[in-house]
Design a protein around this ligand. Structure first.
Ligand code: ATP
Ligand code: MG
Length: 630
């Protein structure tokens, strides 16, 4: 067993957990009171499985809670310390955000956008992105943000699905020093979409663009807009946004989130998990095109009036020191990133982060995939200098906010590398077998959520049936996230990978995360992905794809060492039939390993929907590594 890291922040509020356990509805009822409501709710929860309505009868506005409430005390406080990829910077105060959001709200109104209309946003990581989102929220329009790396075809699907009548984009965005011509992509995506009435274009890169009668320039519209605009009083379950999932397991799903419940969930988790204080400088590296960016870049920090760093470009541009340079420059205190980014930084070696002053850091977080214990320890030692708790936060686009995480802002809990510890208060999580019965401790099973929670999705946009089938049909009245997990003797939860990817070898079930973490613990390995392929004798055999750290290696020796490590740490049963060494793995644009592609290649099957694949070259490489050995 790994060493346990006991480094809490000294906070301990046992009463909160007690209250949550005795009555989760009244617990969340109390939490909702932290927000500013225009009118109170009559009922905290209306649960008509599988549809939950939180704070029924209450009226609220997300932009009001993010901006208006801070104006008396924080109008001069920095909301966003923005760093452009090219080194430009902007410091935007709460007062400036407020006035920009109100102006853009009036722009949207002038373009005919009404409460309930959808607005598609396809912008790079610039402050105008949260400005547009909050302007939508202010007037009750539902935003649907599309990550700025997506192609015209992916946008077309999403815009058609949401029937947005206005699109907000930019001429271009910077990525690795190059201009990505966003406006051109939009032109291509919507050429047959008659329902799109207007396209607003922000000038960011000043590249040449062609303007049609639908197109309006951001500056022209903003120059004429008034900065007076009251926030709409919206029902608590008013749809705040549609966001498509990362697409790791297949075609992305249009997740619909409401307002009052979602904001309550974010307000509470931001406080408990990040222990946020007025003096903090928060930095979440997620792109706003993903849910982490929606929840913990845009809404949660603003609800708390926090200061945050927002970075425009690639994390390793112009070189591998960029992140540490940003942490040092802005004296970041709380840093939230992904295992995939950490594995990349680790690959570059310790000297780079070691040469920066990271002493301002006091808390670290990760999200998106299981974090390999080896990577956790590196993060703890090299980045956190052994003084920062790490919160491993498990959640999904659908859950709106964290459901499993250590909560240093609420309670002290010893940390175990690779475990998200426990469910947050007010959320009831179990690990169950195929029949839905709780499995004993230390037994693998499926993660389920037994009660609704405030950040829970309202439904899948325009598809209640699919919502029911995907999340609520495997177990009765239990939310099924599709993840494989285990609860240990101490009650700690371990996420073992996707339920769909579970390896079944000779009657044993192995989560992909267990095996990959074992491989990654070899000192020369940077990353790994495993999958099962059918085998006539054993039913299924395991194959592994391995990315090595920088350096020169003898792969024959490594193959032996890795197999031996697996035999020792997990058992002979888990030894891969074949190990393939590759230079990169196929990932989604949000950085998650797409095991389904590996599996498809290995099985000679069609690889299906690849709209969210980050780099096609990874697939080609895996394909040829596989062909070479066959
Ligand atoms: P799709 O549902 O379209 O396949 P996706 O599931 O990758 O895409 P997201 O909502 O971005 O889309 O990701 C949620 C998933 O990410 C979780 O279900 C889980 O598998 C994984 N995940 C997130 N955080 C963690 C974590 N801390 N530990 C382990 N897994 C995590
Ligand atoms: Mg998912």
């Amino acid at each position: 067993m790994d060493k346990i890291y006991d480094i809490g922040l000294g906070n301990n509020d046992v009463n909160l957990r007690k209250k949550a356990e005795s009555d989760f509805v009244s617990f969340w009822d109390d939490q909702a009171k932290n927000l500013s409501w225009f009118s109170p709710w009559e009922k905290a929860l209306d649960w008509q499985p599988p549809f939950a309505k939180w704070f029924v009868g209450g009226t609220i506005n997300a932009s009001y809670n993010a901006l208006d409430i801070h104006q008396k005390t924080k109008s001069e406080k920095s909301a966003i310390l923005w760093e452009g990829e090219n080194g430009e910077s902007r410091n935007i105060t709460y007062g400036e955000m407020f006035s920009q959001v109100k102006k853009f709200s009036n722009v949207l109104k002038s373009l005919g956008v009404k409460k309930g209309d959808r607005v598609t946003i396809y912008l790079p990581m610039v402050p105008e992105l949260p400005i547009v989102m909050m302007a939508c929220a202010r007037i009750g329009a539902t935003h649907t943000v599309i990550f700025s790396g997506f192609s015209a075809a992916s946008i077309k699907d999403r815009v058609t699905d949401s029937k947005s009548k206005v699109i907000v984009t930019a001429d271009g965005g910077y990525r690795r020093g190059k201009i990505v011509k966003l406006k051109d992509v939009i032109d291509e995506a919507i050429k047959d979409s008659e329902f799109v009435e207007h396209v607003v274009v922000l000038e960011r890169t000043k590249n040449e663009i062609s303007l049609s009668s639908k197109d309006k320039l951001w500056n022209d519209l903003m120059n004429n807009a008034s900065d007076q605009c009251d926030a709409e009083k919206l029902d608590s379950d008013h749809p705040l946004y549609i966001l498509y999932t990362s697409g790791t397991t297949g075609k992305p799903k249009g997740v619909l989130h409401g307002t009052g419940g979602y904001l309550t969930h974010l307000y509470s988790t931001f406080k408990w998990a990040f222990d946020i204080k007025d003096s903090d400088v928060f930095f979440c590296t997620a792109d706003i095109g993903w849910v982490t960016g929606h929840s913990y870049v845009v809404y949660a920090p603003f609800l708390h009036g926090a200061t945050q760093v927002m970075y425009e470009g690639a994390p390793d541009f112009p070189d591998a020191s960029r992140m540490w340079d940003i942490l040092q420059k802005y004296r970041v205190t709380i840093f939230y990133t992904t295992p995939t980014a950490l594995r990349m930084f680790m690959k570059f070696g310790d000297d780079i982060p070691n040469s920066f002053d990271l002493s301002s850091l006091r808390l670290l977080g990760t999200v998106g995939e299981p974090i390999n214990p080896e990577v956790w320890k590196w993060y703890f030692k090299i980045i956190g200098r052994e003084k920062c708790p790490i919160i491993d936060t498990w959640w999904q686009t659908e859950t709106g906010g964290m459901l499993i995480s250590p909560l240093p802002g609420l309670e002290t809990i010893p940390l175990k590398p690779g475990s998200g510890t426990r469910a947050i208060p007010g959320v009831n999580i179990s690990v169950v077998d195929e029949n839905g019965d709780d499995v004993p401790d230390n037994t693998k099973g499926y993660l389920v959520v037994k009660n609704p929670w405030p950040g829970m999705l309202l439904t899948l946009w325009g598809d209640d049936e699919k919502y029911k089938t995907v999340y609520w049909s495997k177990y009765e009245n239990c939310y099924y996230p599709g993840d494989y997990a285990l609860r240990d003797d101490d009650g700690y939860l371990w996420l073992l990978g996707r339920a769909d990817d579970v390896l079944k070898v000779a009657g044993h079930r192995i989560g992909t995360a267990e095996l990959e973490s074992c491989i990654v613990s070899h000192h020369d390995v940077a990353e790994s992905a495993v999958c099962g392929i059918p085998d006539e004798v054993k039913g299924e055999v395991i194959i592994a794809f391995v990315v090595l750290k920088q350096g020169v290696f003898d792969t024959k020796i490594l193959e032996k060492e890795i197999s031996e490590k697996i035999r020792n740490d997990i058992g002979a049963i888990a030894t891969p039939k074949q190990i393939y060494f590759v230079s990169k793995l196929p990932k989604t644009r949000s950085g998650k390993i797409m095991r389904r592609l590996l599996k498809a290649i290995a099985n000679n099957e069609k690889i299906g929907d690849v709209s969210t694949l980050e780099d096609g070259a990874a697939v080609t490489e895996v394909q040829s590594a596989f062909d070479d050995i066959q």
